[in-house]
Design a protein. Structure first.
Length: 236
């Protein structure tokens, strides 16, 4: 852990990865704001759990409560309008003709980070934090480290001021992300991650598993389930 020295803006979806990233940022910056995006998602569950997670994290840790700043929600309806994906349409989750999962929303992370950088510019925040990961990334090209670094350079040039994109989970798998949650916030934070965060592509909050809520069969649920199983096995 480093000493807090400035402000950060976390891309906060309400999922496991972005929640752990929020805790990571709260340990490193003296003020942390969050931003979420409504882009015509197939379901709104992640948006619904976001305020509960923020409130839960503030209740867990007085230092986090002091550092947790404003939350912003930006509307990007055009992204759904130009996307034919399983996250923005009622269509099957599988592999498309091009070899990428049908859950891939082209340009999503590029747009999210660009809008976050623009918001950060207005808020006086140059450090962005995202949960992108190329270990468990389903082949999404906009989750690769090379993509994020190139985008950071482009944003720095385009805004004519330094923009730093932090991706603390980039080399981690889901088991290591659970482990990081435990390391940062202890059992209480790990329990919050399991209970409140949402990963299921189908938006299922009706079925509770050891690793949290979800349908249990979509790729996101299977990835999270395998990660949690490995995480628990490594603790023994």
């Amino acid at each position: 852990m480093t000493n807090p020295s400035s402000s950060a803006l976390v891309l906060f979806s309400g999922g496991q990865d972005s929640t752990v990233c929020l805790a990571w940022a709260l340990e490193r910056f003296d003020r942390v704001e969050t931003v979420g995006f409504r882009y015509g998602q197939r379901h709104a569950v992640e948006m619904e759990v976001r305020p509960r997670i923020r409130a839960g994290m503030a209740a867990l840790n007085a230092r986090w409560k002091k550092r947790l700043g404003d939350d912003h929600v930006l509307d990007l309806p055009a992204l759904a309008a130009i996307s034919e994906t399983a996250l923005t349409r009622d269509m099957a989750i599988g592999i498309a003709d091009g070899g990428l999962p049908t859950t891939f929303v082209p340009g999503r992370n590029i747009l999210f980070l660009s809008y976050a950088a623009a918001l950060g510019y207005r808020r006086g925040i140059a450090d962005l934090v995202g949960g992108m990961c190329e270990t468990d990334y389903s082949g999404y090209p906009d989750c690769r480290d090379t993509t994020i670094k190139a985008l950071g350079r482009a944003l720095t040039l385009g805004l004519d001021r330094p923009v730093t994109i932090h991706t603390p989970l980039m080399p981690f798998d889901k088991a290591e992300t659970f482990d990081l949650a435990l390391e940062i916030g202890g059992e209480s934070f790990l329990n919050l991650v399991v209970e409140e965060t949402h990963s299921c592509y189908l938006g299922d909050r009706g079925r509770r598993h050891d690793w949290g809520y979800g349908c249990g069969t979509c790729p996101a649920c299977e990835l999270r389930a395998r990660g949690y199983e490995k995480f628990k096995a490594d603790l023994i």
